[in-house]
Design a protein around this ligand. Structure first.
Ligand code: HEC
Length: 187
């Protein structure tokens, strides 16, 4: 037992010396090992699942809510998550982990699975994700706006550029209710 413990301490000290010498490469271009990625994914999914489980989901098909979500999404999210018809941006290509592309996801049809997905989206949008560049929008947005974005990104699955554009333009009359002028120079 004693030998195991002292061996363990020696290894620990060597690991600390290696890390302190700068051996670990923090570069975003240096991918994790596949097994590390699996572990991170498992920890992330379990963490979100445990925190999102009891959230109450509002109607995901409410027209007003979807339009509100579309306006918010278009103003703040495509720079990382892209949008139908938008090429990867200079910012999005450099991110690691890579942000998911919602309009390329398969639609969720099962209604219980949809609710689960919406809860998870809501929690991540509100709280952000450590060490990923995904911001916590709950510091600047109320829950209603965050549910609107969660509902909208669920609807984005397989959306065409035409459908996306039509939605965003149909909301242009509504944009005065929206606090983010930066995506539309005229506001
Ligand atoms: C600066 C870049 C950036 C911006 C801006 C950004 N995100 Fe993210 N987002 C990310 C990254 C990176 C991830 C992936 C994190 C990971 O893999 O753990 C992510 C993950 C997510 C997830 C979790 C998806 C899943 O299925 O696991 C949701 C939901 C999300 N973002 C929604 C949004 C919304 C809505 C907006 C706009 C309000 C937004 N994001 C803006 C970078 C960004």
């Amino acid at each position: 037992m004693k030998t195991i413990l002292s061996l363990f301490s020696v290894v620990l000290v060597l690991v600390l010396i290696a890390l302190g010498s700068g051996a670990y490469n923090m570069a975003a271009t240096e991918k994790h090992w596949a097994v590390t990625e699996k572990v991170i994914e498992w920890v992330r999914e379990s963490s979100i699942e445990a925190r999102a489980r009891n959230l109450e989901v509002p109607s995901l098909d409410d027209e007003e809510r979807l339009l509100k979500g579309a306006v918010h999404y278009d103003a703040m999210c495509p720079i990382c998550h892209l949008a139908p018809g938008l090429e990867p941006t200079e910012l999005s290509v450099g991110l690691y982990p890579q942000p998911p592309i919602f309009h390329q996801r398969q639609p969720v049809v099962d209604s219980a699975a949809k609710q689960d997905r919406a809860r998870k989206y809501f929690w991540v949008i509100k709280n952000g994700l450590k060490m990923t560049a995904m911001p916590a929008w709950g510091l600047s947005h109320d829950d209603d706006s965050i549910w609107a974005m969660a509902a909208f990104i669920l609807k984005m699955s397989q959306m065409t550029p035409e459908q996306y554009q039509a939605l965003i333009h149909s909301t242009e009359d509504h944009t005065h209710t929206h606090a983010h002028g930066h995506a539309h120079g005229e506001h």
